[in-house]
Design a protein around this ligand. Structure first.
Ligand code: NAG
Ligand code: NAG
Length: 459
């Protein structure tokens, strides 16, 4: 791959999900989309810098739907998609490199710093960067806010579908993962082939929740509060002094893909309680006693077989891992004086790969990643509803990138109110809009009656 050849897409960072010819350790690229007419009419364009997801061990700036052209043209902002080191190469360096913890977060910081230096050449304003990301990319946005050297490089944050339930990795869990990994690596770190690092990494991912329950199984490789680079956890008791304006969104059926992929249609109800027990341990009784997670009170989709067990597990998993911790975060952020707007995608566009899940493709479900095409305006063969939703999202995101307020003055959209310490006021995208009920995400339930993982493991 010729460095700097703008016509060929960059290789991704090393990961086992693509062929080794598709990745390179020389992978710290960013791709710029500059709206030419807006740039010609003056300097000072704002920038939307996108951080891809992939649980910190896969994904790339060239993933499906991340073509920034439509977003750049409709919002008059520069769009950037960027890459950072992944997996053990980005997050678990050998003991001899302990200063290198959080390398992937430092890569994004270096990219933002570089971007600020080149933006004037593209009619961009170095002080006008909004960082945005989906899933682990959303957690990366929070890690940047929690790292003082990174936080001074951007103005706003957009966090889409960040699994906030487990938050950053406690440093004690990091140390355990690091020791385990290097004890299993059958070669010296300095000379070990990349392919060997990746195969031992797959063992680490497969065993993580046993090696360290605090690391969990969903996203064990992730940023850590090291006290030097990342200095706060952004959990209830530890916030930076400067709080950026934020958009925080989730989608309706975040957990749906996993459920559809692992459990069959019509999954029997007798398996429900054992799964809840295995996942939530001593939190189970409180969850089952609540009005929100009863299989018998779920609706059957008209014309479809009874799929209420999977439906209930999807609602529970989505609430526990994404929606309720995000809403709880937003209330706490607002209580500290931060300006945060919360949204819930009720409609989406099935992302590449999600069509493999029978659960995600019926009943208009919106699974994890189904907000990506909508945000970028890259839905293949969009329906009129999807086009309308993309127009709304790009109008709001574009206004936020410019003014830190997602209510464009010139569009006929309902008002998106900021969250307060007591009311989330999540706006719904699709299905007629309006404000979503807090129901299970109310303050008295998740985070108080039922603890999030980050509370149990003390991040
Ligand atoms: C756990 O690690 C061992 C090596 O210690 C490996 O053989 C095994 O396949 C790993 N398990 C998973 C599920 O990856
Ligand atoms: C529930 O289990 C967690 C560990 O998973 C423990 O920290 C906590 O004290 C337990 N709570 C109760 C009420 O037993």
């Amino acid at each position: 791959m010729p460095d700097g050849d703008p016509a060929s897409p960059p290789p991704s960072c090393p990961q086992s999900s693509v062929d080794s010819s598709q990745y390179s350790e020389d992978c710290l690229f960013l791709i710029l989309y500059v709206p030419v007419a807006a740039a010609a009419s003056g300097n000072g364009l704002n920038t939307f810098a996108w951080i891809h997801g992939g649980s910190f061990y896969y994904g790339a700036a060239t993933n499906p739907g991340l073509d920034g052209s439509t977003f750049a043209l409709s919002t008059g902002s520069i769009v950037v998609t960027l890459q950072y080191r992944l997996g053990v190469l980005g997050f678990i360096p050998p003991h001899s490199q302990n200063g290198g913890i959080n390398l992937g977060v430092k890569d994004v910081t270096t990219a933002l710093s570089f971007l600020r230096s080149v933006l004037p050449s593209f009619h961009g304003n170095p002080d006008g960067i909004t960082v945005a990301g989906q899933s682990s990319g959303g957690m990366m946005v929070r890690a940047l806010m929690a790292a003082p050297t990174a936080a001074k490089l951007f103005k706003n944050g957009i966090i889409q579908s960040d699994p906030m339930d487990f938050n950053f990795l406690p440093i004690s869990a990091y140390n355990i993962l690091q020791s385990w990994f290097y004890s299993k690596l059958p070669c010296s770190p300095a000379t070990c082939p990349t392919s060997q690092l990746l195969s031992t990494q797959s063992y680490l991912l497969g065993n993580a929740s046993t090696i360290s329950p605090a690391a969990g199984s969903a996203e064990p490789i992730r940023p850590s509060v090291d006290g030097q680079f990342i200095t706060t956890s952004l959990s209830r008791n530890s916030y930076p002094s400067l709080l950026k304006p934020l958009l925080v969104t989730t989608v309706m059926d975040e957990a749906g893909f996993l459920i559809g992929e692992t459990l069959p249609l019509g999954f029997p109800e007798q398996n429900y309680v054992p799964i809840v027990q295995a996942t939530f341990g001593n939190r189970t009784a409180t969850i089952l006693a609540s009005p929100w997670y009863n299989v018998s009170s779920m609706k059957v989709v008209p014309g479809q077989p009874d799929d209420r067990t999977r439906e209930t597990l999807s609602v529970l998993g989505s609430d526990a891992t994404w929606r309720c911790p995000s809403w709880s975060f937003a209330r706490s952020y607002a209580a500290r004086g931060g300006n945060v707007y919360v949204g819930l995608f009720r409609r989406g566009a099935t992302y590449a790969g999600n069509d493999a899940s029978d659960f995600c493709t019926v009943g208009g479900r919106v699974c994890h990643q189904d907000d990506i095409y909508i945000t970028f305006g890259t839905t293949p063969s969009p329906t009129p509803d999807q086009q309308t939703l993309t127009a709304e999202i790009q109008a709001r995101w574009g206004a936020f990138v410019k003014t830190s307020n997602p209510n464009p003055s010139n569009a006929n959209l309902g008002e998106w109110c900021a969250t307060t310490s007591t009311a989330v006021k999540a706006i719904q995208f699709g299905l007629g809009g309006g404000i979503a009920a807090e129901d299970a995400c109310r303050r008295s339930f998740w985070g108080n009656a039922v603890l999030f993982d980050w509370q149990i493991y003390g991040v």
